[in-house]
Design a protein. Structure first.
Length: 242
């Protein structure tokens, strides 16, 4: 087991006279965006946003855009005040865990849902501009999530299409994952520039060949065929952009 991303949030106690939230330590790798960090932040939001007062959602959406643009944010927001001082606040930690190729969330349920949501959004606002925009887009996708908090959510937050199994290798290096899935050999890959993809015609040819082999109409097992086809299609999209 390995911790792939981690966020610490400090929350005021349930019966404290003021509602407060602060940020603690964070390890949020976000490249290639949204990365493990962006998926964790989106997961925290998706797991808690359903418990917010629906009247607060427009303000939450607006807050993501203010932070994305790097603007100064007036306080309080969502009825909680962001502060730097952590004295008198309780620490909670959220993690994205890798177990082999499998990913899962490890959420701390202490604190109010709004505190967790705000902590994730404010943490995204502190990211470098190069990754802040795609991570905020991931968070806005999480705000509208209505499904289970698990593998499907992780795939959606990563930007993968429905039906794709999201694993650690695909997130760490999507291009390498797609090349391997479509059967490009190490010798073929070493002729490419770092991070580059083969010509689109070669990718499409390989995709069609493997798609035919994976389809039950051509003798492949029906069990798992839909997932396999979805993964091949996603690998094609990563390498060709379509």
């Amino acid at each position: 087991m390995v911790v792939l991303a981690e966020l610490e949030i400090f929350c005021s106690r349930p019966h404290a006279p003021t509602r407060r939230v602060a940020l603690g330590e964070a390890d949020l790798p976000c490249e290639p965006a949204p990365g493990f960090g962006g998926i964790l932040l989106g997961g925290v939001v998706a797991a808690n946003v359903g418990e917010l007062d629906p009247d607060l959602i427009p303000d939450l959406q607006h807050l993501t855009r203010e932070l994305e643009a790097g603007r100064r944010v007036p306080q309080p927001r969502l009825r909680y005040r962001l502060q730097v001082d952590t004295i008198g606040l309780n620490s909670v930690r959220h993690r994205l865990i890798g177990e082999g190729e499998r990913l899962r969330f490890d959420f701390d349920r202490h604190g109010a849902p709004a505190q967790h949501v705000l902590g994730a959004v404010y943490a995204a606002g502190q990211l470098e501009p190069s990754v802040r925009r795609p991570v905020m887009a991931t968070i806005r996708r999480a705000i509208g999530w209505a499904g289970p908090i698990g593998a499907e959510l992780i795939a959606s937050l990563s930007g993968m299409r429905a039906g794709t199994v999201m694993n650690r290798s695909a997130l760490e290096n999507p291009t390498a994952w797609a090349l391997d899935l479509l059967g490009f050999t190490k010798a073929e890959v070493t002729t490419l520039a770092p991070g580059a993809a083969p010509p689109a015609k070669d990718v499409l040819r390989r995709y069609r060949e493997m798609l035919r082999d994976a389809h039950p109409d051509h003798g492949a097992e029906a069990d798992g065929a839909a997932q396999r086809i979805a993964e091949l299609t996603e690998a094609r999209r990563i390498l060709t952009g379509r």
